[in-house]
Design a binder for this molecule. Structure first.
Ligand code: HXC
Length: 510
C-alpha cells in the first residue's frame, strides 16, 4: 500500500511539473507565472480542487504517442474567491505550448458543465499556441464544444477571461463571448490573424503587440475590458471583480459589510457643476463620492471615455453605474460609448445588478464619421438595452439631458424606476442657443433680440421643473444628499418584479 501511495504522489508530482523545470524557467523569464501559480493567486489559499490531472491526449500522429504529458496543457477545477465558488481553467504554456487538443478541450468543457450545473462563474486563464496542430480537426471540434458552452453559459453564470500569453486564430472567439476580458501588458496578445499573415495579405507591417496587445484592445478595439501590469495584479483584480458579481443569474449579488455612513452628506457636490454650462467637470468625482468607501471598479476605463461604466456598492450591495463624462466630447453619446454602455447594461440586467445612471448629455455626436458608421443602429443598442432592463433603475440628471439622448439615458419613459434631477439640470430638446437659432431664424442678425429669446428659452427649459411638473422627474434633489437619496431609492426597489412579454429572444440592433 505504501508503494501505491508513493506512486500516486510521484505521478502527481510529475503532473504538477507540467512541461518540466526548463520550460517553467522559460515561462518565468518572460515575466509570466505558470498555470498553477496563477490559480494559487486567483483562489483562496488551499481552496483549489483539481480534476483531470492525469488526462493525456490520444493523438498518435507525428510521433505524439511518445509525448503524452499529464494534464495535457491545462489545469482545471474549482475553488473559492473570498469564500464563494468559482470554476477555473488555466492553460499551461509549458506543456506543448498550452495548445488545445481534443482532450484539453474536454477538460475545459467538463468544468464549464459543472459550473453551469452548480451555478458558479467560470474563469478562464488563456496562455496557448492555439489549436494543437498535430490533431487537426479534432482540435477544432474541441474548440467548437467550448464555444457552444460559452454561448449556453452566457447570461447564466458570469464568465471571465484572463489573457496571459498568446491567444490567436479562432481561439480568440471563446474569450470574445465571455463577459469580461482582462489582459496583461506586454505579455499577452489576441488576434484573429498574426503579423505574418497580415504582412502577406495586406502588406502591413505590424508587431504582435501593436496588432493585438493589451493597449490595442483596451484603447482601440475595445475587445478587452482592462489591462494590468503583470499576472499578479491582473489576478488580484479578477478577485476584486468577482466580489461584485452574483454567482449565477438566479442569485442576487453578494452583500458585503460596509463601513460608510448611508446618510453621508457631501457638501462639495453642491458646487460640482460649474456655473458656466459649457464648462466640464469630472463625473468620476460624483461616482467616488456616492459609493461605499469611495470604491469604484471601472470597466473599459480606456475606451470611449465619454461614458463611464463600472461597479460601486451602496449599503454593501452592488450597483452598476453608467455615467456621461462631460470631460470628454462634452459627454456626447456616440457609436463607441453607446456600444460600451449597452453591453454593460445588458450584463447588469442579466445578472440582477441594479443600475444607476448619471446623466449629463448634450446629445449624440454629429458628423458623417458617425452617420456613415451607423450611429443610428449603435445608439439604438443603448436605448434598447435600457428599455429591456428589468432590474431596479435609478437615474440622476446632474446637468444636460437633451433630445434623444435624454430619453436613452434611463429616462422615465424607458421604465426608469426613480428619476432624480439636481437643480442644475436642463431637460430639453436641445440647448438654448441652438433652439433659438432654429425658432427665431429670421431674427438672427439682431443680437439683442436673440439674447432675449435665448434667455426666455433658458428660463423655460434650462431647469428640471418642466419635467418634474409632468412626473418625468420624481424629485429634484440636493446634490450634497445624493448618496442618501440613492441608498433610499435602491432600498425601496429591492422587491422589484418586472417581466417583459414572453419571446424566444429579442432582436437587439447588432
Ligand atoms: C502544437 C504547439 C503549438 C500548437 C506551440 N506549440 N503552439 N504545439 N500546436 N498550436 C509548441 C511548440 O512546438 C513548442 O514545442 C512549444 O509549444 C512552445 O512554443 P514556442 O514556439 O517555442 O514558443 P514561443 O517562441 O513563445 O512562441 C509561441 C507561439 C508559437 C507564438 C504561440 O509557438 C506559435 O506560433 N505557435 C503556433 C500558433 C498557431 O499557428 N496556432 C494555430 C492557430 S489557429 P517544443 O516542444 O519545441 O517546446 C487556431 C485555430 C483555432 O488556433 C480555431 C478554433 C475554431
Amino acid at each position: 500500500m505504501t508503494d501505491i501511495l508513493q506512486q500516486l504522489e510521484e505521478r502527481r508530482e510529475a503532473a504538477r511539473l507540467g512541461g518540466g523545470q526548463k520550460r517553467i524557467d522559460a515561462q518565468h523569464s518572460k515575466g509570466k507565472l505558470t498555470a498553477r501559480e496563477r490559480i494559487e493567486l486567483l483562489l483562496d489559499e488551499g481552496s483549489f480542487e483539481e480534476y483531470d490531472m492525469f488526462v493525456a491526449h490520444r493523438c498518435i500522429d507525428f510521433g505524439m504517442q511518445d509525448n503524452r504529458p499529464y494534464g495535457d496543457g491545462v489545469v482545471t477545477g474549482w475553488g473559492t474567491i473570498n469564500g464563494r465558488q468559482v470554476y477555473v481553467f488555466s492553460q499551461d504554456f509549458t506543456v506543448l505550448g498550452g495548445s488545445v487538443s481534443a482532450t484539453h478541450a474536454q477538460k475545459i468543457c467538463k468544468i464549464m458543465d459543472m459550473a453551469m450545473q452548480n451555478g458558479a462563474p467560470v474563469i478562464g486563464i488563456n496562455d496557448s499556441g492555439g489549436a494543437r496542430i498535430q490533431e487537426g480537426v479534432d482540435s477544432l471540434a474541441g474548440y467548437g464544444e467550448v464555444f457552444q458552452r460559452n454561448i449556453e453559459a452566457s447570461g447564466v453564470v458570469p464568465q471571465i477571461s484572463v489573457i496571459m500569453g498568446p491567444c490567436a486564430g479562432g481561439a480568440v472567439y471563446s474569450p470574445a463571448m465571455t463577459d469580461f476580458i482582462f489582459m496583461v501588458k506586454d505579455s499577452s496578445y489576441m488576434f484573429v490573424t498574426g503579423p505574418d499573415v497580415v504582412k502577406t495579405v495586406t502588406n502591413e507591417q505590424v508587431t504582435a503587440e501593436e496588432l493585438g496587445g493589451a493597449s490595442t484592445h483596451t484603447k482601440k478595439s475595445s475587445v478587452a475590458d482592462a489591462a494590468f501590469e503583470n499576472d499578479v495584479e491582473a489576478l488580484a483584480e479578477v478577485r476584486r471583480l468577482v466580489d461584485f458579481l452574483p454567482l449565477n443569474n438566479q442569485q442576487k449579488p453578494p452583500v458585503r459589510p460596509f463601513f460608510d455612513d448611508v446618510d453621508r452628506v457631501e457638501d462639495s457636490l453642491d458646487t460640482l457643476v460649474p456655473e458656466n454650462p459649457n464648462m466640464p467637470y469630472d463625473m468620476k468625482e460624483l461616482i467616488h463620492k456616492i459609493g461605499d468607501e469611495g470604491d469604484f471598479y471601472e470597466i473599459q476605463e480606456d475606451f470611449a471615455k465619454n461614458i463611464i461604466t463600472g461597479f460601486i456598492r451602496l449599503e454593501g450591495q452592488t450597483v452598476g453605474v453608467v455615467a456621461n463624462q462631460p470631460m470628454v466630447l462634452a459627454g456626447c453619446l456616440d457609436i463607441d460609448s453607446s456600444r460600451k454602455a449597452a453591453r454593460f447594461v445588458r450584463f447588469c440586467d442579466a445578472f440582477e445588478i441594479p443600475l444607476l445612471t448619471l446623466v449629463d448629455v448634450p446629445g449624440f455626436l454629429p458628423g458623417t464619421g458617425q452617420e456613415y458608421r451607423g450611429v443610428i443602429k449603435h445608439g439604438a443598442k443603448l436605448l434598447f438595452a435600457y428599455g429591456e432592463a428589468t432590474v431596479p433603475k435609478v437615474t440622476v440628471i446632474t446637468r444636460k439631458a437633451y433630445g434623444g439622448a435624454y430619453v436613452v439615458m434611463s429616462s422615465k419613459h424607458l421604465r426608469g424606476d426613480i428619476n432624480y434631477a439636481w437643480p442644475t439640470s436642463e431637460v430639453a430638446v436641445m440647448g438654448a442657443k441652438g433652439a433659438t437659432e432654429i425658432l427665431y431664424r429670421s431674427e438672427l442678425g439682431d443680437e439683442e433680440k436673440i439674447a432675449a429669446r435665448t434667455a426666455e428659452y433658458e428660463d423655460r427649459f434650462a431647469n428640471p421643473f418642466v419635467a418634474a411638473e409632468r412626473g418625468f422627474i420624481d424629485e429634484v434633489i440636493q446634490p450634497r444628499s445624493t448618496r442618501k437619496r440613492l441608498c433610499r431609492a435602491f432600498a425601496g426597489l429591492r422587491g422589484k418584479q418586472r417581466k417583459m412579454p414572453w419571446k424566444k429572444h429579442d432582436n437587439i440592433p447588432l
